[in-house]
Design a protein around this ligand. Structure first.
Ligand code: PBG
Length: 439
């Protein structure tokens, strides 16, 4: 007690402002020492107890105060690189990375994606070269997306034996057998309308062409308008497009249950071609169960499913849709991808996928949804992946190319944040670059 009061006297303080630790932002002010003067004379038992209570509370608070600065100095462990390395809580290693690749037809094709500098559409032969490089950098896995020659309304390119991803998978598997091949299972890249499932009319089935014709005939006035110049022409085209979109949207919906069959068929076809992990990203209800059943029936009970369990409808997918040519031709994906506002619903999505048999789960995008990653880590014991999506990559690249941020530093910081939030696996367009820096 004496020591304490001496200390305070030395500081010349009667009133101390203190921050209550830990995890509390409350600032508590003004407790003074001693809490209550010990008065001479008779002490009743209740008075004594009250005093004990007050004094012990005071001691606890002051004890904390004394243990902190100057005794505790967190900067001691930040002094050198070696010390910082020793106490680092989150470590980045290339074996956590999965590198996304976009495969297209042709030979010797290496076409840079406009909104994703450094990312390419690759023909199968080039994809094999890229896969070799990825593997040699210590990155254990790639995830394949396909750009088919033709699109239709049943996504033939997704499940055909000679589909583009199937071809790439066979080629890569025979050249780099140790590389883990993930197959993104979705229909949007292969559908003429760009949606992730089968589109049907709310009432009777109708082709998109028919719906568009209906829309136009209902508004003939616009269609026959004379245009005088280029600008006006563009305006009319925009107008027409929005009319078609609104009519089509109001009449159509994405048929959940009918899409499951195609997703299951795609998964089996990809596995046959050599894909090691099936990663459904379509967000149809029940697809994990449907895929699990189909894989098992086809004799692939050892093929794991990495479910894009909590996939949010996000503006951050913009550059990907350019890379994979999968922008929806009308409407958007909000009727199947999640509302970005919902954390609890994300937990339900994950829970359902786990019940349906997912072996691993994913949260996507990553950086705008780090809290979802953290919550998922807290609640579920499956391996957890997060996808640093195209828009996250594009933002960093754009700012770096303008000289506004330090690219490498921001790249590593962004990846670290995803791992710190709790993801053990990170799908990222930076996989190669980051692995190079970590080597
Ligand atoms: C397919 C799919 C998308 C992405 C991964 N799988 C696009 C989308 O849902 O619109 C996005 C990946 C990225 O933005 O990098 N459905």
């Amino acid at each position: 007690m004496d020591e304490t009061s001496d200390f305070q006297v030395a500081l010349g303080l009667r009133q101390i402002t203190m921050v209550i630790p830990p995890h509390s932002s409350k600032v508590k002010t003004a407790f003074s020492f001693p809490p209550e003067p010990l008065s001479a004379g008779r002490l009743s038992l209740s008075h004594l107890l009250k005093l004990v209570g007050k004094w012990s509370g005071w001691l606890l608070r002051n004890h904390w105060y004394l243990m902190a600065f100057p005794v505790t100095r967190l900067r001691r462990l930040r002094r050198t690189d070696q010390l910082r390395n020793l106490v680092r809580e989150t470590r980045l290693t290339p074996d956590a990375f999965v590198y996304p690749m976009f495969v297209c037809r042709g030979e010797g094709v290496r076409k840079e994606v406009r909104s994703m500098p450094g990312v390419f559409n690759l023909s199968v032969d080039e994809a094999v070269k890229e896969a070799r490089e990825v593997h040699s950098l210590g990155v254990p896995s790639v995830i394949l997306f396909g750009l088919p020659d033709k699109k239709d309304e049943v996504a033939t390119g997704a499940w055909a034996d000679d589909g583009i991803v199937q071809q790439a998978a066979r080629a890569i598997k025979s050249d780099v057998p140790d590389l883990i091949l993930m197959g993104d299972v979705c229909l949007c890249e292969y559908m003429s309308h760009g949606h992730c499932g089968i589109v049907k009319s709310s009432s009777t089935p109708m082709s998109l062409g028919a719906a568009a014709r209906d829309a136009l005939s209902a508004r003939r006035g616009v269609a026959v308008k004379r245009v005088k110049n280029e600008e006006e022409k563009l305006k009319v085209i925009d107008e027409l497009a929005s009319i078609v979109a609104s009519v089509v949207e109001s009449k159509f919906e994405i048929d959940n249950d009918a899409s499951l069959e195609l997703l299951a068929r795609t998964s089996v076809s990809l596995t046959r071609a050599g894909i090691d992990i099936i990663a459904p990203s379509d967000m149809m209800d029940g697809r994990v169960a449907a895929i699990r059943r189909a894989l098992d029936e086809a004799g692939f009970s050892n093929t794991p499913i990495l479910s894009y369990a909590a996939k949010f409808a996000s503006g951050f997918y913009g550059p990907f849709r350019e890379a994979a040519d999968s922008t929806p031709q009308f409407g958007d994906r909000r009727s199947y991808q999640m509302d970005g506002a919902n954390l609890r619903e994300a937990m339900r999505e994950i829970e359902l996928d786990v019940e349906e048999g997912a072996d691993m789960i994913m949260v996507k995008p990553a950086m705008p949804y780090l809290d979802v990653i953290a919550a998922a880590r807290d609640r579920f014991d499956l391996p957890l992946a997060a996808y640093q999506v195209s828009g996250e990559y594009a933002m960093i690249e754009a700012a770096a190319r303008n000289g506004w941020i330090e690219r490498d530093r921001v790249m590593m910081e962004s990846l670290q944040s995803i791992r710190r939030a709790g993801a053990s696996i990170v799908l990222t367009y930076y996989a190669k670059e980051a692995a190079r820096l970590l080597a």
